[in-house]
Design a binder for this molecule. Structure first.
Ligand code: ZN
Length: 321
């Protein structure tokens, strides 16, 4: 994770919360350099808490975060949803003039194969302005931004108009909800007066000058499409396989699925997203993004659009497929 970029996100988040707070301007100035150093150290340490899922083991992460919050006098609750699986919840109180916001992240990470990494994935190594580690981006970086937000608001004694809630969630397992869904069902009182949840996914895009140019909001989630394939063929000895083999049919079918290109259909939300964000897009893309539906009628652009990232986060690149 790039430190400069991540700090800019943090500043944007804090500034945004400052807007909804009451007397931020009157508080003593924040030492941004010290806050940056602290955020970097905390993210590095957080990465070292191995929460590879499976099994998740978010309880370790929840206890790690609780200790940090409570050191600063912020009460935090660790709420277990299954053995070893837990959520963390902390709430800074406002005066109730506005509804509460939740800064949420998930504490587990996907598995990492150490031999594929330049630095050990759970080292949290800090080198050349970059923090290395599984979860640096997804989603412990976001978690540390929320954490630093609470710490900074508390230290500055900001008089909030609305409550600010820090939430670290466990990942659901195959059968049961263990994170936010579990909390909503078993502890709905935790979300009283909540109006907004800020989670991973949308993102804030920065310009060359490091200032926020675009705040994007997710309006839908991708969903998995589970397919079960069954192939039938003639049985026989492996030393003299015939042409009618179930395995070969299965491989051919999988290859067709892997290379399948669904037709592009630009839904209204996607059309509007690209139109609204065209000004923040690379200069050579602005015209096409301002009317994506029309631009995709050009097969050359359609092919480039499908292949190039253009600095656009992946979820926004192919949402219309
Ligand atoms: Zn994630």
């Amino acid at each position: 994770m790039n430190l400069k970029r991540s700090l800019s996100y943090l500043i944007v988040l804090l500034a945004w919360i400052a807007v909804i707070s009451k007397s931020y301007a009157a508080e003593a100035k924040l030492d941004w350099t010290a806050l940056e150093d602290e955020a970097v150290t905390l993210l590095s340490r957080y990465i070292q808490v191995d929460t590879t899922n499976p099994p998740g083991d978010e309880l370790k992460a929840a206890q790690f975060l609780k200790a940090i919050l409570e050191r600063d006098g912020i009460e935090a609750r660790v709420i277990e949803s299954a053995p070893g699986r837990a959520n963390i919840y902390a709430r800074l109180k406002g005066n109730g003039a506005k509804k509460a916001i939740v800064l949420m992240h998930h504490m587990d990470v996907v598995p990492a194969e150490a031999r594929q990494w330049k630095e050990p994935p759970f080292s949290g190594a800090i080198k050349d302005g970059v923090i290395w580690g599984r979860g640096a981006i997804d989603n412990k970086g976001g978690g540390v931004m929320g954490l630093m937000t609470l710490l900074a608001l508390k230290r500055q004694n900001v008089q909030l108009k609305g409550d600010v809630i820090f939430l670290g969630g466990a990942r659901n397992d195959k059968k049961k909800m263990l994170g936010a869904g579990f909390l909503l069902e078993k502890h709905p009182e935790l979300f009283k007066d909540v109006s907004v949840v800020l989670n991973e996914g949308g993102g804030i895009r920065l310009g060359e000058d490091g200032r926020a140019r675009l705040y994007s909001v997710g309006v839908a989630e991708k969903v998995p499409l589970w397919l079960k394939l069954t192939a039938a063929g003639s049985p026989g000895h492996g030393a003299s396989p015939g042409d009618n083999q179930a395995v070969l049919k299965l491989i051919a079918a999988l290859a067709r699925i892997a290379t399948y290109q669904s037709p592009i259909k630009v839904v209204p939300e996607v059309q509007k997203f690209y139109a609204d964000s065209a000004a923040a897009a690379p200069a050579n893309r602005r015209q096409q993004y301002s009317d994506l539906r029309k631009a995709l009628q050009d097969p050359v652009f359609a092919a480039e659009f499908g292949a190039a990232r253009d600095g656009v986060p992946l979820p926004f690149r192919r949402p219309c497929r």
